[in-house]
Design a protein around this ligand. Structure first.
Ligand SMILES: [Zn+2]
Ligand SMILES: [Zn+2]
Length: 303
């Protein structure tokens, strides 16, 4: 809770006028406890898990022909009820694990120093901190994910997430409860190393989940703004990990591609990409547009 409730009191404390964003934040948060503000994450996660995957489902059903060329595994078709079933499982996990985890993790947020006070961070500070959070999470997640692909980890925990060999947006948070808990650690490390404002923390939780839904969407849209992020993996990259399935020793990283490159775990993906490219060029030169290329792309479409 802020130590002042009026704009005048806040301006007197800061020794300057409040910005429009700071006035908005003061008016909204002044009488709310830090715990209540932190718990906004539960609402945000519920909305993100619900709205974003439905967006992809909406495209699939109402703009089928327009988005079909960008479907990564066009041969695989999930029924509407299958998608809904996945959403129901995710919601069950949300209410039994994700929500309660958020409720009880408040002391750790307080301990690392996530603040709700004024002044608000600048846009540059928010972007820089989010960048750190993504890199730290990506690196830690990479190694945890690799561990989950050992025999014990896969059989007992990770195989639930791999039930979808052609993932859909709803399947992003679809995992064993233990995996949900374990992967909470990488998400927490970045903010623990570089603690910021509650708004930055909200944005971190929201953008990470939206990113996960995009990478599981099953569509590789060329107009996605994430195409402009250096070393970004994206939907095609993570889809390959699901496509190969339980035996997959490729594309472990959750966001970027550099970890797989450095540790040599992107070889299968790069090889397949190269072979399909050569095949595509060969087919083009022979003018067999509906021949081999079509057959090969039915498996895992690349580019
Ligand atoms: Zn995996
Ligand atoms: Zn996945």
């Amino acid at each position: 809770m802020l130590p002042y409730t009026t704009v005048e009191a806040a301006e007197a404390t800061l020794g300057r006028s409040l910005t429009a964003a700071e006035t908005l934040w003061l008016n909204y948060s002044a009488t709310k406890s830090d715990y209540f503000l932190f718990c906004h994450n539960i609402i945000f996660l519920f909305l993100i898990f619900s709205v974003f995957p439905f967006y992809y489902l909406f495209l699939e059903y109402f703009f089928k022909n327009s988005v079909y060329p960008f479907k990564i595994q066009p041969k695989v078709k999930l029924s509407f009820s299958d998608s809904l079933q996945c959403y129901k499982s995710v919601m069950r996990m949300f209410f039994l694990v994700v929500g309660p985890l958020q409720l009880v993790s408040y002391p750790s947020i307080k301990m690392i120093g996530i603040r709700t006070s004024l002044p608000l961070p600048s846009l540059l500070e928010i972007v820089m901190q989010l960048g750190v959070y993504f890199v730290v999470e990506d690196y830690t997640n990479y190694w945890i994910h690799r561990f989950l692909h050992c025999k014990w980890g896969y059989e007992n925990i990770h195989k639930v997430h791999h039930e979808y060999t052609a993932p859909i947006g709803f399947a992003a948070p679809y995992a064993h409860w233990a995996e949900v808990l374990i992967l909470g650690i990488p998400s927490f490390l970045g903010p623990a190393m570089v603690p910021g404002h509650m708004i930055t923390f909200w944005l971190w939780i929201a953008t990470r989940q939206i990113e996960a839904i995009e990478t599981h969407s099953g569509y590789d849209f060329p107009w996605s703004p994430t195409k402009y992020i250096p070393f970004y993996g994206g939907a095609d990259y993570h889809d390959y990990h699901h496509y190969v399935g339980g035996q997959s020793q490729s594309n472990f990283a959750s966001v970027f591609t550099y970890c797989d490159f450095i540790y040599g775990t992107d070889k299968g993906y790069r090889y397949q990409k190269k072979v399909l490219q050569q095949l595509r060029e060969g087919v083009k030169s022979k003018g067999e547009q509906n021949g081999i290329l079509h057959e090969s792309e039915q498996g895992h479409k690349l580019d």
